[in-house]
Write a protein that binds this ligand. Structure first.
Ligand code: TXA
Ligand code: MG
Length: 321
């Protein structure tokens, strides 16, 4: 994790604060903002570099998929594939503390990094007028994990956010205390039968009642038990074998470079790890083409800062091949 170096402004969440925050988000900056559950660390969810900087600011050792927040129900269906059950739950519980994991639409504009390389997105419509107004002004969906440094408690006030992220993010919008105080309930609707991934602000019983009274199977998957994202990450490993710490491609292999100096696609020509994270999933997807290549050779990536998360993901990809 880099040393703190930004001066973090705390602004009141009034018209002026919202306007400045929206402009900052459009520039790709990070802005912490309140929702009804906890404060989120927001970035333009369509901007790879902005999403990558979330992981950098939180100091996350690996790429967990992030929740994408939208300002209204219709906006959700621009990004994910609607199902009957998703429609019913959205109409019943949104806006509110329910997050649904659904498949990405083929034309989905969201950064692949919010999905951590999966073909699903966790999406939610917060019950917080100013948070929704922020998204309307910024004209983008917001990727937002809880606004705390990795491993620390989720923040329910601007002061909590400041305690662990001061110096690492551009701005904190102070909208007072979060009324719910625990994170949203996360359910996975991407695989047919719904599964509870994380209990949260919306009681599970309320969801079960709407789904006809049958109990929801549980697969705990919060940051403290990263089993579910881990399983899913390996599930979506590249089709081609992946070879790490390669100085160049072998015969038939694609090459994914890091740094300058050749005609191969590079995670970052300038050796910048945030840029490399922003490019990682897009380039892996592009090179994972069995019609053209026999494997993917990847240059060494420095094991510092976001390099830890990049190497974690690459090692998973290589292990499964
Ligand atoms: O209340 C909340 O949900 C807060 C506020 C800011 O909205 N956000 C939040 O985000 O708690 P985060 O990143 O701390 O938690 C996201 C949870 C994690 O457990 C993650 O593994 C899961 O959602 N998740 C996100 N995308 C997923 C996906 N595509 N598939 C499965 N699980 C996903
Ligand atoms: Mg969290």
């Amino acid at each position: 994790m880099n040393e703190p170096q930004k001066s973090t402004n705390i602004l009141k969440m009034d018209a002026q604060g919202l306007a400045r925050a929206a402009a900052a988000l459009q520039r790709g900056e990070l802005v912490a903002f309140p929702t009804e559950t906890v404060y989120g660390l927001g970035a333009d969810a369509t901007n790879d570099a902005a999403v990558a900087s979330i992981f950098e600011a939180k100091g996350r050792p690996s790429f967990n998929p992030l929740i994408v927040h939208v300002p209204d129900i219709e906006a959700a269906w621009e990004h994910v594939q609607m199902t009957d059950m998703a429609y019913t739950l959205a109409e019943t519980f949104w806006p509110g503390p329910l997050t649904m994991v659904l498949r990405r639409r083929p034309d989905c504009r969201l950064s692949l990094l919010v999905s951590a390389g999966l073909d699903t997105v966790a999406i939610r419509l917060p019950d917080h007028d100013d948070a929704r107004q922020l998204m309307r002004l910024a004209k983008c969906p917001l990727a937002a994990p809880s606004a705390n440094a990795s491993g620390r408690l989720s923040p329910t006030s601007a002061r909590h956010v400041h305690q662990t992220l001061a110096g690492r993010i551009h701005m904190i919008l102070d909208g007072g205390d979060c009324p719910v105080g625990v994170e949203s309930t996360v359910i996975d609707l991407s695989t047919g039968a719904p599964v509870l991934l994380r209990p949260g602000g919306l009681p599970v019983e309320d969801i079960e009642a709407v789904l006809g009274g049958t109990p929801l199977p549980r697969a705990m998957a919060d940051e403290t038990a990263p089993k579910s994202p881990g399983m899913m990450l390996s599930h979506y490993a590249p089709r081609l074998p992946v070879r790490l710490n390669a100085d160049g491609p072998g015969i038939g292999e694609a090459y994914l470079a890091f740094g300058p100096g050749n005609d191969y696609p590079s995670l970052s020509q300038s050796g910048d790890l945030v840029e490399a994270a922003a490019n990682l999933f897009r380039l892996l997807h592009r090179l994972d083409d069995p019609d053209r290549y026999s494997g993917i050779a990847v240059a060494p990536v420095p094991h510092e800062g976001l390099g830890l998360a990049i190497n974690d993901r690459l090692e998973r990809a290589a292990k499964d091949s």
